[in-house]
Every structure is written in structure tokens, then in C-alpha cells.
Design a protein around this ligand. Sequence first.
Ligand code: SIN
Length: 492
Amino acid sequence: MPSDFINGRFVDPATPDGVLEVRSPADQSDVVGRHPWSLAHVDDAVSAARSAFPAWRRLGQARRAELLRAYQSQLKLHADDLARCIAREIGKPLWEAKTEVGAMVSKVDVSLGEGAAYVKDTVIADLPGEIRHRPHGVAAVLGPFNFPGHLPNGQLVPALLMGNTVVFKPSDKGAGTAVLMAKCFEAAGFPAGVFNLVQGAVPTAEKLVTHPGLDALLFTGSVQVGQRIVAANAHRPGLMVALELGGKNATLVLDDCELERTVRELAFSGFATAGQRCTATSRVIVTKGIAERLVERLAAAARSVTVGHVFDDGVFMGPVISEATRSQLLAAQAKAISSGFEAVAPGGAVEVSGRRGFYVRPAVHVARGGVTRVAGYTDTELFAPDLSVVTVDSLDQAIAVANETDFGLSAAVFTQNGDAFERCADELRVGVLHWNRSSAGASGRLPFGGIGASGNHRPAGILMGQSCTYPLAVLLPQKADAPLPSWPGISF
Ligand code: SIN
């Protein structure tokens, strides 16, 4: 079965440049799929999307919405296959993969309803003038591995609804999930060339992000790759580049928090998806009156986490995505410990019987002796289940420590004091803020995206339709009885 979908057909490369082999991080003996790729297909896909754009744009939003509804029906029909594929490819437990597919389905409702309402054309009667919204044209969507369905889906759906045609390049770790999504687009009956899929790793991505045929580029992934994309496109200021680049997210816990809720939400923030969410908490900043009790409860929660294979019952956490991620984590934890952090819930690699996977224990490390920052640990997105805990004297200090990062994606604050929360809302440099809720996750009915090293524009969430369009200012004719224009120094 071919893995690329171009101009309305699944196609194998005539001369493949390589074959992606996706092995499950939960068990390296599980080969989830083999996907041939070719750089020539990038040209073919962009060219198909370019040819399809004028008719797709003219089709109108109502008809495009009908097709997206048909795509949604296909997602529902294939929900089990999608969830099983996501679980195997990414290593997230099946219960969690199912919630991802659920989010894909509901994203269609939200995008077609409330999302579209944020991109309504507006008439300014007394000008007279109008703000209209135009699609960019051909949009490339480059997806991440951690939500191989949900995150690209959250860009593809609004991009298509607004009248763009797309070329989707999934993560090389989530190639099979992307094939299943392409099957849903195919079965929904989209016109040829509107949705295209190209597989591959770095060479495919490099070719796509520098392709002259693009009008927009929507990327979710690491800050290092995001910076390379921006640099490679410095000569094209007209290209819309929307970036969702992760975070080093802080949770602030104040003395008056409701401890039981805080511990549960915080454990989820740190350890769900094995810490591989852009919105995961990796830094806990706690005021001193509650610190000891919080640490004790959090360490107990971490030790209780069942780590295991994606299809085993009762598993909360699967593996991290690769040996490289695991090695980086273990090295960072060793450095943290040698720099003054105490492992109250020690991390480290863990064996899951009969499985060759990249499993680790969820960890909690507490800063001792005044240390708050360790290069490579507290300042680096490790994308793994590890909570560093720093104790502070006051809310002021908590905010200052939380802002000691170049990232600015998500934060959470646990307090029962509304004034304290409002101070955080004013002063924390983030794009998404949670009050007495986990920092991990987001509402599709709100904007999503970060500031600083976490990205730009709104690369996801309810305002995605705005990122998929540009506003056209239309000045309408003056009233018929308006005086004719005249200027000094010119006669008519
Ligand atoms: C993420 O944290 O990686 C994505 C959050 C979401 O959209 O739920």
C-alpha cells in the first residue's frame, strides 16, 4: 500500500530516495510500517495543491464544510484503527490514543462553528469599507510526533475550511497515522490535489519548507527546527510561517492551594504522554509553607505510576519516543543531581517485561541548598516525565523564577486567591494559562500558542482560521452624491 497521497491518489515513488521504517518505541520488535519516500514527490504534491487551489477557493466555505463533515464521519468510522496506530507508533497507552482521536473528531465541529465565526468578513458601513479574509494559497503542514493526529488535524481542518490547499508532511514517527488520515480525506471525496501527503524525514522537510510554491507554512515541533525554518525563509517575508515550538512550562503552587487537586493535576501535567506534551509541566515552583507536603505527595504519586506497554491494562505511561530522548533525559537528571537537586522520586530507565522499549520512571527532583537553575536541565525542553521542584519565599519570587526561561507556552497556578491568580495572569509570560488545572492540554475553543521561543502567531486553537487567511481591506465607492475629489495644484 503506497504511503504518499498526491493529486487524489495513493502513489508509490517511481524511484524512492529511501524507506522510512517505523518501529514502536514501546517495543522495537514491532514494525508498525514501512513508508517509501521521494523528494520528487514534494514537487508533485506542491504542484497538485497549486493546481487545485483556484477551484477549491471558489467552491465556497459551505461546500468545503460539507466535505470536512464527511472527513469527520470517516474519522469516526476509523477511530479504532487510528487509535491503535497512534498507540503503537508513538507509544502512548491506548486509552490516551483514543482521547487523541476524540479530539480530532471534535476539532472539526469547533473549527466549522466557533472557529469560522472568528474569521467572518466585516462591513464597516459608515466608511464604507469591508474586512474580508482570503486564503493564503498552498499551505504546508509539518506535524509533530507527540500528537501525530490531533495537532496536524488542528491545522489541516481550518486551513482547508478557509480555502487553502495543503501538503501534509507528518513526523517520520507518525507516518502510519498520516496514511490513515489520508484515507479519510480520500473516502470523504475531496477534489484531487486539495489534500496531499508526502512522507519522509529531514530531507523531505527541508525540501518542503524551502519550496517556492508555498504560501504558508504551519509547523509544530522543536525550537531548533523552528529557528532553521525561519532562517531558511528570511528572504520571503510574504510567506506565512506559524510556529508551535514547545515550552519549559512552570506550575506555581501557592500555600493556599487545594493540595489534593493540585497533586493530581500536577502529576498529570508532568507524566501524561510520558511528559511529551508541549504543554507538559517540567518546572514546579512552590511557596515554602506547602512545599514539604507537596513534594511528599508528588513523589508518592510519581512512584505509583504504572509504566507499561500501550496495550496492557492499567498503564498510565508508555515509553519516551526514542533512545536519544531517553539518553538526554538520563544525562540531564545526572547533572541535576550533581548540581544540588535531590531525586525524591528517582528517574532512570525501566524494563517492561518482554518489551524492547524506551521506558523510564517518572521523576521528581527537588532543588536543595539554594540552587534554582541547572543548564541542560531547568532551561531545556527534555520532553520526558521529569518534574524539577524549586521552593520560593513569595508570589513575587515564584513569578520571577517562572519567567526565567526563553519559552512562553503554558503555565498553571494553584491558589484559591483570585488576586494572586490575577497577578500571575498579568505577569507570567505565556500564551496559555491554567488556574487550578493541569498545564498540559488545551481547549480547542480558545487560542493556542506561545510567545518567545515557543512560537508565533496562533499556530493552533480557535484562532487558527485567522492564521490560515490574510485580511483584505476593501474600500467601497463613495456615495453617488459625494463631492468629486479635488486637490491643490491639479486641474481636471
Ligand atoms: C500539546 O501539549 O502538545 C498539545 C496540547 C493540545 O492541543 O491539547
